[in-house]
Design a protein around this ligand. Structure first.
Ligand code: ARG
Length: 287
């Protein structure tokens, strides 16, 4: 792989994939029956069978990358349960449970916590409103934490206490990018010592002070276009080399390739009707 440097020079970029374990939930009961984000239009029909088919492609893609994919049983009446990223935040074998903003999703919190318990994770029931990995992203040793639409900033303090890591609060300002994982993609989840972790993001999704913070911390970040973000291109999942993205995010795909990553496009158009993409359907389990 090569990377273009200033003055047109190129340098080898050696991207290292690392093994991942993720939790997914089959969209057996998926539909759009309420509206809690601007993507959702309950009056428009959804095709559950197609959602399952598209989700299966994502599942198979992860398996082909050598990931361990664990499954939680979907529950009838919880159509958004397919977005497993919101089920909690898991690190160091500790699962911080979710406490959802909207009543429609609240029963998912205990359902996911039961699953974590059954798998031997140390479960911390949340005191504060938070939507799990939708708003908490581990980048190297740092946890980036979103607020503005869903997770309360008090949950950022709770996360810092439980995991004893640096937590950086970022304020989201565009309702279409209501979870942090719709506005930031983590490209190098656990870089080698000495290597900088990197991210991609949509600048306009953040408040001015948060944007300044991102610019300072991640000067090498990929800045993604509105066009790519509007197909939830940033809602992607990387193992450090292979980045599973929305197949329609063509500009982002090129940017990733230029940096030595291997973008893999999948089409989750049906799940986009609920306001979610690749990353939303993926919860990383870090034991
Ligand atoms: N309909 C769901 C909601 O609005 C979509 C969740 C998307 N998940 C995510 N991690 N961004 O809550």
């Amino acid at each position: 792989m090569t990377q273009t440097l200033e003055g047109g020079l190129t340098a080898a970029v050696d991207r290292n994939p690392s093994h991942r374990t993720v939790l997914m939930c089959k969209p057996t009961y998926y539909t759009v029956s309420y509206r809690i984000n601007p993507w959702m239009h309950p009056e428009r029909p959804t095709d559950t069978a197609l959602a399952v088919k598209q989700w299966q492609v994502l599942y198979d893609t992860y398996k082909s990358l050598g990931f361990d994919v664990e499954l939680i049983e979907p529950i009838d009446g919880l159509p958004d349960m397919v977005y497993s990223a919101n089920g909690g935040f898991v690190l160091d074998n500790i699962a911080y449970g979710a406490s959802f903003t909207y009543a429609q999703r609240q029963p998912e919190g205990p359902a996911y916590m039961d699953w974590f318990r059954s798998q031997g994770f140390e479960v911390h029931a949340p005191k504060e409103v938070n939507e799990g990995e939708g708003d908490f992203l581990l980048v190297g040793d740092v946890i980036l934490a979103g607020t503005g639409f869903r997770s309360d900033s008090d949950s950022h303090r709770e996360v810092a206490e439980i995991f004893n890591r640096e937590v950086i609060t970022l304020e989201l300002v565009n309702p279409s990018f209501y979870h942090l994982d719709t506005a930031i993609a983590v490209l190098d989840p656990s870089p080698k010592p000495g290597d900088e972790a990197n991210i991609a993001y949509l600048p306009s999704a953040f408040s001015e002070p948060s944007l300044k913070l991102l610019e300072k911390r991640y000067p090498e970040a990929i800045l993604v276009s509105e066009e790519d973000a509007s197909v939830l291109g940033l809602n992607s999942y990387s193992d450090g080399k292979n980045v599973v993205i929305a197949s329609r995010a063509k500009g982002f795909e090129t940017q990733l390739r230029d940096r030595g990553y291997n973008p893999i496009g999948v089409d989750l158009s049906e799940l986009l009707l609920g306001g979610g993409g690749v990353k939303c359907c993926t919860l990383e389990l870090r034991r």
